[in-house]
Ligand binder design. Sequence first.
Ligand code: HEM
Length: 323
Amino acid sequence: MTQPSTEWREHVAPDEAAHLVRVAKVIGELQRARSRKFGRGRALHRKQLLAAIGTLEVLDGLPDHARHGLFARPGRHRALVRLSNGGPEVQANRVPDIRGFALKVLDVSGEATFGGTADHQDFLMINQDRAPLTNSREFIDFMEAATPGPVSGVLHLFKAHGLAGRLGRLRELFGMLNRKFNGFAAERFNTVAPICCGPYAVRVRLAPAGSPPPGGRAKDIVADMRERLAVGSLTYNLELQFFVDEATTPIEDTSVAWPDAETPIVVAARLILPQQGVDAAAADAEAARFDPWGGLAAHRPLGEVMRARKVAYFESQKGRDAA
Ligand code: HEM
C-alpha cells in the first residue's frame, strides 16, 4: 500500500482574483433568479430533503497520520445533518440530481481557518466520488448558462465543447446524474475536493455501516429515511482517504476519483443518527451555514475549487441572510 504523503501542492492561476469576482457575480445572479421563483433559499442545494441530529464518535487508536484536528483525540461530538438535492431548482425528488450530505460536527475547539477559535467542523459531501466538471471555471460557466433555466445549461455544454468533447462530456454528466441512487441509508458520500488533515491532504467520505433499520417501502428518498429513523438508528463510517501523489490523487482536478486500491484509507470516526422524528431539526438545518471553510485550520480546504467555494458560499449565505 502506498504511504500517505505531505508533498501535495496547490496551484494558483495568475488571474484567480478576477475569476473569484465572477464566481460571486454568477452565484448571486443564479440565487436571485431562483429566489424570485421559489422564495429565499440557497443558490445550490436549495431543496432540503431531511435534517437530523446525530453523534460523531472519533475513534481511539488512530494511526499518527490521521490524528490531527477533529481526529486528534477520541471523543463524542453532537452533529447536525442536512440532506439535499444539489440543483438550484425545487423539483420532484425522482428527477435525477446530485444528492448532498452536509455534516456539521459541534463541540469542537481549536484554531479556526481564518484565525480565532472554531467551535465546529463542517464536511460537505455528495453521492459521487468525483465532480462532473474539472474545475470551478467550467462549473461557473455552466452555472451562468443555467441561470435562465436548466435547458440553457445543457445547450451551453453542447456549444462549449468541440464535436469530440461535447458528447463525451454530456454523457459523463448525465451518467452521473442518472446513476441509480439507492437512498441516503445505502449510498456513500464524498467531499470530492480535498482538505488538510494536519500536514496531509485527504478526501473525507461516509460509508453506511452495520444493518440499517428497515425502510424502503417508500420509493421516495425522503420517506425512506423517515421510515428508517422512525424505528431505529443509522450508522456511517467516516473515512479519511489520503493523498499519495499528484498523478494518483490530484489536488486540483475534482473530476478524478481517487482510487481506493492505491490510497491509504482510515476509518476515523462513526456517525450515528439515532431514532428520531426528523422534523425537529428541520428549521435549524435550513438556517445553518454549512461551509467547507467553516472549521479548524488543521482541516483547511485545498485547491482552486475550494477557494472558489469560499466566495460562492459566502455570496449564497448573504443572499439568504445567513452570513
Ligand atoms: C466539488 C465538490 C463540491 C461538493 C462536495 C459540494 C457539496 C455541497 C453541499 C453538500 C451543499 C449543501 C450544503 C447545505 O446543505 O447547506 C452545497 C451547497 C452549495 N454549494 Fe457546493 N459542493 C461542491 C462544489 C461546489 C462549487 C465548485 C461551487 C461553486 C463555485 C459550489 C457552490 C455551492 C453553493 C453556492 C451552495 C449553497 C451554500 C449555502 O447557501 O449554504 N459548490 N455544496
